[in-house]
Design a protein around this ligand. Structure first.
Ligand code: XIL
Length: 358
């Protein structure tokens, strides 16, 4: 998108960065004293996604710790990192994140145990022809990971993104291929046995964008509950574009809350570039009204169900959207989907957040 505002903003940001370095020879100061510590004004836990590399970034630490009360590991607590080619579990980075959180009085939301997108190399595929051994390994993985952090991780996305994006049913994946669709209930049961004190969530995306997917997701949750599965919460990721209809957000939140389970708005970013950039005459204005619609819809969820809201990154430069292809190289036109700008400074979006949560 090259709208005047964005181009204007981007060149101002770049200019400020250059100015910052020129004036002091060091990284431009992060200025966030213009807003109060966000976690102190938000009536539910406010979370942020974290990667180990950010724990060694003083700017990240200085900005995240006063503003957020919870962290979600962005990828280093997933099977892709924990279960490596040597078939051993590597907890070094997840340990660092949990230790950091507890050192800073923050809680941890574990993400994620079972995901269609990650199969743990050939550890599980080697067992695909032996369902009993596969199930033992499946339950063993969940148990080993959760027991390591028993009492130190408050909640888990036990299963991530189980529903097909078109809402036509559950995704086919290694887990469903070997264990059937009961892989979800089996994971929840194993999670309860492993750490009964940790809250158990199922997490998915586009529940606001695709009503058919939302309906399939909620029907799955209802069926699990009817079968006695120990499901306690729903994670609605909320990776949305600035031009989403506010009514779509309100409808989704109402439907999701209707099951009476905990509701975690689990991975918020509000993109200025996805889907229909051309439709937005004033993208930043749209982004603020979308944030206001999201917060207002969440505030209508009964307080007892509001498990919290988590931003999927701290600064715009931390957003996965800008590195989505895992390229490691920032997009040519970086998106600005988060609460703080690339230099860690509050934006009009931050001030809109402050106004809306109060
Ligand atoms: C993403 C991370 O942000 C990236 O860093 C990683 O390379 C891929 O996964 N839904 C989820 C998250 O549940 O785990 C995904 O996180 C984003 C979509």
């Amino acid at each position: 998108m090259t709208s005047p505002q964005l181009l204007g903003r981007r060149s101002v940001l770049t200019g400020a960065a250059a100015l910052g370095v020129a004036a002091t020879g060091t990284r431009a100061e992060t200025v966030f004293d213009a807003v109060p510590p966000l976690k102190s004004i938000t009536p539910y836990p406010l979370g942020v996604a974290v990667k180990v590399s950010q724990l060694d970034d003083p700017t990240w630490v200085k900005l995240a710790t006063p503003n957020f009360s919870r962290v979600t590991p962005e990828w280093e607590m997933k099977m892709e990192y924990l279960l490596q080619a040597d078939h051993n579990l590597h907890f070094d980075r997840a340990d660092r994140i949990v230790d950091f959180a507890h050192q800073h009085g923050m809680s941890v939301h574990g993400h994620t145990l079972i995901w269609y997108a990650l199969e743990g190399g050939d550890h599980f595929t080697n067992l695909a022809g032996k369902p009993d051994a596969f199930l033992d390994a499946y339950v063993g993985y969940i148990t080993s990971v959760m027991q390591r952090y028993a009492g130190r991780i408050r909640s888990w996305d036990v299963v991530n993104e189980p529903v097909r994006n078109d809402g036509s049913g559950l995704r086919d994946c290694l887990w469903s291929k070997v264990l059937g669709n009961d892989y979800i209930g089996l994971a929840l049961e194993a999670a309860k046995r492993a750490d009964p004190g940790a809250l158990r969530f199922i997490n998915d995306y586009n529940l606001e964008l695709t009503p058919k997917k939302r309906s399939a997701f909620l029907k799955m949750c209802e069926r699990l509950l009817k079968d006695g599965a120990p499901l306690q919460g729903i994670g609605t990721q909320t990776h949305i574009a600035a031009d989403i209809s506010p009514q779509a957000i309100r409808d989704a939140m109402k439907d999701i809350a209707s099951l009476g389970l905990l509701v975690h708005v689990s991975e918020v970013d509000i993109s200025l570039q996805e889907d229909h950039p051309a439709n937005l005459a004033q993208p930043l204005k749209h982004q603020i009204s979308t944030l206001n619609a999201l917060l207002s819809a969440y505030h209508d969820v009964p307080a007892a169900q509001r498990y919290g809201l988590t931003l999927w990154g701290l600064r715009d430069s931390d957003s996965w959207i800008n590195y989505q292809k895992n390229s490691g190289v920032m997009n040519v036109k970086p998106d600005e989907p988060l609460l703080f700008d690339a230099l860690g400074r509050p934006k009009p979006l931050t001030r809109a957040f402050v106004r809306a949560v109060k």
